[in-house]
Design a protein around this ligand. Structure first.
Ligand SMILES: [Fe+2]
Length: 458
């Protein structure tokens, strides 16, 4: 390149960077003010979850106004209804620019395997209705769970329909996993919307979650909304600086590991999570390992690529034979089941799934890593975990079976993947109207060329 052109580039580059940062300033750094809200006197935003041993404990968290200083929970064992156990909870006040709420939490310990229970909670004298929940059988190695990607619904949205359809499709779900971006913004109105959408399900089936970027306040250093750890009673076994956002839990024969991908905002925070992940992987003898993290190692959105996550975590996922990595963030469905294991040569790498339940659809980025992809639809996923196999199924918003596979694992840990995926409609690979409107002819041509090339590899 000629010297004078190089000079020109160096002259204009800082100006271009300043203009770009200026255009992105609001998106990156400005938090829209939270509208004023008043929490109710009666218990609200009640959630069944856990923080201790999933086999014999459950937690309940709920919200109330700041006048009530103490909360109560009454627990009834269906096999011994004469004996009500009463728990007390102190309040944790959380103030935001929109208002202040009290949050309560009770941990119920020593619950019986296969036990069936009822509970209700109170703020002072204001009691909720009774809710049921069931514990898993001790020797039962088979269980099912639901996996939902980003929600980010608007107030009075329709995402609740997908939660309920999924629960109807898997009536014995042991718990629900959410992969972050539950709320559009860290505002009470959006939390209230998520609870409204979940309704009774969230009070009767345990919910456990990993945070996404929308649960963080924007800024040079992003901060997690305090309501996250008030709602989700996170198992306290994460890395020291991520006790509110990263954790692991064992359920029957499976270790679940939740990484805080949005909390990786510096090299030390990345290395801290990596060190912790390694220790959690090398100390488990569980048959199955499932990792949940908001951002994916293999992005499905046009223009997204979280290469640093691949650098950090893929070697460990391969070394310790992780079975599934479940993600969100991209608002495009993708599933990769045939990636090589770079550490244990000859074995398969994890199955990677990216999904969302949101009414917002992003532009698909065709990835040769993905065996199946979809945009223009929200999805939900079901898992049936057995002694020697895991069955995974993905459904579209209208309940159509879209994708599925079964992983089988022998006694030596060798895995095979049997895909059971019906042909899908071209509708799910179409560019959005928005993309067609905003893009140049070259970009649109490029889209269809990428699609053609991706389809050739399938
Ligand atoms: Fe996200």
């Amino acid at each position: 390149m000629k010297k004078k052109y190089r000079k020109l580039i160096w002259l204009f580059l800082p100006a271009l960077i300043i203009i770009f940062v200026g255009l992105q300033w609001n998106t990156w750094f400005i938090n829209p003010p939270e509208p004023a809200y008043s929490p109710s006197q009666a218990p609200d935003q009640i959630l069944l979850t856990w923080s201790d041993n999933a086999a014999n404990s459950r937690d309940v968290t709920w919200q109330g106004d700041t006048i009530t200083k103490s909360g109560s929970l009454e627990l009834l064992d269906d096999s011994n209804v004469a004996d009500t156990v009463r728990y007390q909870s102190t309040s944790r006040i959380i103030k935001t620019s929109g208002g202040a709420s009290a949050f309560f939490r009770v941990g119920m310990k020593n619950l019986t395997p296969s036990g069936s229970y009822k509970y209700r909670v109170a703020n002072g004298i204001h009691w909720s209705e009774w809710y049921n929940f069931k514990m898993a059988a001790k020797s039962d190695s088979l269980f099912s769970f639901l996996y939902f990607g980003d929600v980010q619904d608007s107030v009075n949205g329709k995402t609740g329909e997908i939660f309920h359809k999924a629960a109807e499709n898997l009536p014995n779900a042991a718990f629900m996993v959410f992969i972050g971006d539950i709320v559009e913004r860290p505002h009470n109105a959006y939390w209230a919307e998520w609870f409204r959408a979940g309704g009774k399900l969230f009070k009767t089936i345990p919910v456990i979650a990993t945070p996404g970027n929308h649960e963080f306040y924007k800024g040079l250093i992003q901060k997690l909304d305090q309501r996250w750890s008030a709602h989700f009673s996170i198992p306290q076994n994460g890395p020291p600086n991520f006790h509110e956002s990263a954790c692991y839990w064992d359920y029957q024969n499976t270790r679940f590991i939740s990484l805080d991908s949005n909390g990786i905002q510096s090299i030390p925070s990345a290395l801290e999570q990596r060190r912790w992940l390694k220790s959690v992987l090398e100390t488990t003898n569980q048959k199955w390992i499932v990792v949940i993290m908001h951002h994916s190692l293999y992005s499905t959105t046009r223009g997204h690529d979280y290469f640093y996550l691949r650098t950090l975590f893929k070697p460990l996922f391969d070394q310790f034979n992780v079975d599934f990595v479940l993600s969100g963030h991209d608002h495009v469905y993708g599933r990769a089941a045939h990636l090589p294991n770079d550490f244990n040569k000859g074995k398969q790498g994890p199955v990677y799934v990216v999904s969302h339940t949101s009414p917002k659809f992003y532009d698909i980025g065709f990835s040769d890593k993905m065996d199946k992809m979809a945009t223009n639809t929200a999805m939900y996923q079901l898992f049936d975990v057995g002694k020697d196999s895991i069955r995974f199924r993905a459904f579209t918003f209208d309940g159509t079976y879209f994708d599925g596979l079964t992983i089988k694992k022998d006694a030596e840990g060798n895995r095979s993947v049997i895909v059971n995926s019906p042909p899908s409609s071209a509708e799910y690979l179409k560019p959005s109207e928005r993309f067609l409107r905003k893009s140049s002819k070259n970009e649109v041509d490029r889209y269809f060329k990428d699609l053609e090339e991706w389809e050739k590899t399938k």
